[in-house]
Design a protein around this ligand. Structure first.
Ligand SMILES: Cc1ncc(COP(=O)(O)O)c(C=O)c1O
Length: 382
């Protein structure tokens, strides 16, 4: 058994970002500054969008995107129940109501058929999540949005590298929101980005993210002399720091190298787990790129002597960190108590919630680490 604990989602941090963070500390300019601007430009170019606004999280990007598209109290936004809380909470913080839709059992992505069923006269937007790095069916979602005059904000927290039919994900909707949280495909510690081709949304998000102060307020203490600002909204404190961007500007150029390593691990897992009483991830769709963010196994609990939670404990005992992505939102008390959801409402998401577990998938994993993960899974279930 391995001696040290293999932390789930531990990022690969290399020397150039360590040096860059130290340089920022020594320069004294820790907050939003030239490194944030550089990271935004790099990301904008990577995605081919007109605008990119760096924020302190994807949660902040989702929240401000909801505000930018004009979500008001009582407006409904269709959200998958199979997602992280931040997706739905962003709608709530903007004053809207998250209306859950079920997912597809194989892709785990939001079901376009269920989106169509959930549309009412109050629906204003769809918030698809590209689950685990696999693109949603954007042709179907864009068609529904056009037909019903709805906005689309894409939750791309898992999906930095994802492409759908040759196009980069995050560029199908009105806005795309990305995460650089420690477990994500590239990291800044905490951090997020909103991308859009709409200048009005971009300006609004930039201003709302820094107290509602007018454009370029972050420059007010620069060597160009003190600049007055005007407060034009009751904004938020969601700006990214140079300390964070210092990491991102070195991680982004390595994105394909890290992706290739995760793809290698993904293929090794597929091969190693194919004959076990578990379901491995659905094959990658043709003409699309999976970001390989999460490797989720579904335990065949009907044909297994062990429950999913016992499986998680057994992995931990073997010093392998694991995750659960996710217990569907409608099974959590807050959403049940506030919006009257109950078990039984979304059968596919429940089926996944009861069986899913994620094993480590990080470019930091050595071949030896991967071997340990495979051995542990086989030992427990084999
Ligand atoms: C699907 C999804 N959306 C949004 C977020 C929020 O990202 P952040 O932690 O950058 O706020 C996460 C974070 O894990 C996520 O998994």
């Amino acid at each position: 058994m391995r001696k040290n604990f293999l932390v789930f989602g531990s990022p690969l941090i290399e020397q150039p970002e360590i040096d860059e963070v130290v340089a920022s500390m020594k320069s004294g300019w820790l907050g939003t500054g030239p490194k944030v601007h550089k990271f935004e430009e790099m990301f904008r170019e990577y995605k081919g969008s007109k605008f990119a606004i760096a924020l302190n999280s994807c949660t902040a990007a989702l929240h401000l995107s909801m505000v930018a598209i004009g979500i008001k109290p009582g407006d409904e936004v269709i959200v998958p129940t199979m997602t992280f809380a931040a997706t739905a909470n962003a709608v709530i913080h903007a004053g809207g109501i998250p209306v859950f839709a079920d997912c597809e059992k194989d892709t785990m992505n939001i079901s376009p058929e269920d989106i169509a069923r959930k549309i009412t006269s109050k629906t204003k937007a769809i918030l698809p999540v590209h689950f685990a790095g696999r693109s949603c069916d954007m042709d179907a979602i864009v068609d529904i949005a056009k037909k019903h005059h709805l906005k689309i904000v894409e939750d791309c927290a898992h999906a930095i590298e994802t492409e759908y039919h040759g196009e980069k994900i995050g560029t199908f909707g009105d806005l795309g929101c990305f995460s650089f949280y420690v477990t994500k495909n590239i990291v800044t510690g905490e951090g997020g980005m909103a991308i859009t081709d709409n200048e009005e949304y971009a300006n609004q998000i930039r201003t709302l993210g820094l107290h509602g102060m007018s454009k370029n307020a972050w420059k007010r203490f620069s060597d160009q002399g003190y600049k007055h600002y005007q407060v034009v909204y009751a904004g938020f404190k969601f700006n990214m720091m140079d300390l964070q961007a210092a990491i991102g500007i070195h991680q982004l150029p390595r994105i394909d190298k890290y992706w290739k390593r995760r793809q290698e691990i993904w293929n090794r897992y597929n091969e190693a787990f194919k004959n076990l009483p578990m379901f491995t991830p659905a094959p990658v769709e043709p003409n699309s790129r999976h970001a390989y963010h999460l490797y989720t196994l579904l335990l065949d609990i009907d044909n297994s002597k062990i429950t999913r939670d016992e499986f998680l404990d057994e992995m931990t005992k073997r010093n392998i960190g694991v995750g659960v992505h996710y217990i569907a939102l409608h099974l959590h008390p807050y959403y049940q108590e506030t919006f009257n959801y109950k078990r039984g409402d979304f059968p596919n998401a429940e089926w996944i919630s009861d069986r899913t577990l994620s094993v480590p998938l990080s470019p930091k994993l050595t071949d030896e680490d991967v071997k340990h993960v495979i051995e542990a899974v086989r030992e427990i279930i084999g």
